[in-house]
Design a binder for this molecule. Structure first.
Ligand code: MTE
Length: 317
C-alpha cells in the first residue's frame, strides 16, 4: 500500500480548521477535562461540528471493525448511489450542495410509548460516537471498506420505548425536490423508504451514522443521518433520514415496490442467490483490479446468521 504524505502545499483550504470549529473543539476539551458535560453543552457544539468535513470530536473505537484496507476517502465520497441526486455515480458529489442538513428533524412514531419529533443533534449525542470500519457490499456487485462514525441504532431506539406490537422499523428519507433534484424524476416512488425487522434493527452491528473518516457525513453520503447495515446489500442503508416508524406490519420498501422480483425485503448479502439479471457470487472491491468471492452475510455470518435460523433464504431474499 502506498501511503501519501501530505506536503504543506497539498493541504486544501477546506482542510484548514475554521476558527469557530477550532473554538468549539477547545470548548469541548475544556468541558471534557472537567469530567462533566451537559446535554446543552454538547448541543452547543453542533452548529460548528455540523459543517461538512468538520472533525467529529471525541470519537472512540467501536467493536466489529474489520482490519481490511480502507477504501480511499475520494472513492467513498465521489462514487455514490443516492438517486435523489441522480442515477450516475458522480451525480451525488456534483449536486450535493443543494441539500441543507441543518436544521434537521427526525420524527419517531408508531409503536413507541414516547413518540416525538427530535432535532438530529438531540437524537445523536456527540460524546458517545464510535468509529466502526465496515464492509459495504452494493447489490451492483462492488464493495468498499468505510470507517463510519455513529451510534448503534438500538441505543437510540430504546429511548422511545418500543411497544410489544413493534415488529418492524420503517425509515423514510426527506422528500424535497428543491433539495433533491433527482426527485423531480420518478425513478423511484419518492420518498425513499427502507425497513428492518426489529431484531435486525436492534442488533449491535446496526449503526446510525453521522460521519465517516472521523468527519461529519458529507451530503452525498446521506447527511445528516443515515443507516448502515453491513450484512445487507447497500440499498438497505437509507440516507438522510427524517422519519423512523415502528410498525406491526412489514413495511413496503422503495426497491421492493419498484422491482419485487429483484429486491427482497431482507436483502441479506448472499452469494448463493443471484439477482435475476446478474450473479452475486463475486464482487469488485473499489480500487482492486480483480474480483473476489462474496461472503455470506458479507462476512458477518458469525454475528447475524442466528437471526435467520430456519428461514429459507432463497424465498426470503
Ligand atoms: N438512500 C437513499 N435515500 N437513496 C438512495 O438512492 N442508495 C442506496 C443506499 N442508500 C440510496 C440510499 C444504495 S443502492 C447504496 S449502495 C448505498 O446507499 C450507498 O452508500 P454510499 O454512497 O454512502 O456508499
Amino acid at each position: 500500500m502506498l501511503i501519501k504524505i501530505k506536503r504543506r502545499s497539498d493541504i486544501l483550504p477546506s482542510e484548514i480548521t475554521p476558527p469557530d470549529v477550532y473554538e468549539a473543539r477547545r470548548r469541548f476539551l475544556r468541558l471534557g477535562a472537567g469530567g462533566m458535560m451537559t446535554a446543552a453543552g454538547l448541543a452547543a457544539l453542533w452548529p460548528a461540528a455540523a459543517r461538512a468535513n468538520a472533525k467529529l470530536p471525541n470519537v472512540t473505537k467501536g467493536p466489529f471493525s474489520t482490519r481490511e484496507e480502507l477504501t480511499p476517502y475520494e472513492s467513498v465520497t465521489v462514487y455514490n448511489n443516492f438517486y435523489e441526486f441522480g442515477t450516475d455515480k458522480e451525480d451525488p458529489a456534483r449536486l450535493a450542495a443543494s441539500l441543507k442538513p441543518r436544521p434537521w428533524q427526525v420524527a419517531i412514531d408508531g409503536e413507541v410509548a414516547k413518540p416525538g419529533v427530535y432535532d438530529v443533534d438531540d437524537l445523536i449525542r456527540l460524546h458517545v460516537l464510535q468509529e466502526r470500519v465496515y464492509r459495504l457490499r452494493c447489490v451492483e456487485a462492488w464493495s468498499m471498506v468505510i470507517p463510519w462514525v455513529g451510534r448503534p441504532l438500538s441505543e437510540v431506539i430504546k429511548r422511545f420505548e418500543p411497544t410489544s406490537r413493534a415488529k418492524y422499523l420503517r425509515f423514510e428519507t426527506l422528500l424535497d425536490p428543491q433539495q433533491f433534484p433527482g426527485q423531480r424524476r420518478r425513478v423511484l416512488d419518492w420518498p425513499y423508504v427502507e425497513g428492518l425487522r426489529i431484531d435486525e434493527a436492534l442488533h449491535p452491528l446496526t449503526l446510525l451514522a453521522v460521519g465517516l473518516y472521523g468527519e461529519v457525513l458529507p451530503n452525498q453520503n446521506g447527511a445528516p443521518i443515515r443507516l448502515v447495515v453491513p450484512w445487507k446489500y447497500g440499498f438497505k442503508s437509507i440516507k438522510s433520514i427524517v422519519k423512523i416508524s415502528l410498525t406491526e406490519q412489514q413495511p413496503l420498501t422503495s426497491w421492493a415496490k419498484s422491482g419485487p422480483n429483484e429486491y427482497g425485503f431482507y436483502a441479506n448479502v448472499n452469494p448463493q442467490v443471484d439477482h435475476p439479471r446478474w450473479s452475486q457470487a463475486r464482487e469488485r472491491r473499489i480500487g482492486d483490479l480483480f474480483k473476489r468471492d462474496t461472503a455470506m452475510f458479507n462476512g458477518y455470518a458469525d454475528e447475524v446468521a442466528r437471526l435467520y435460523a430456519g428461514m429459507d433464504l432463497k424465498k426470503f431474499f
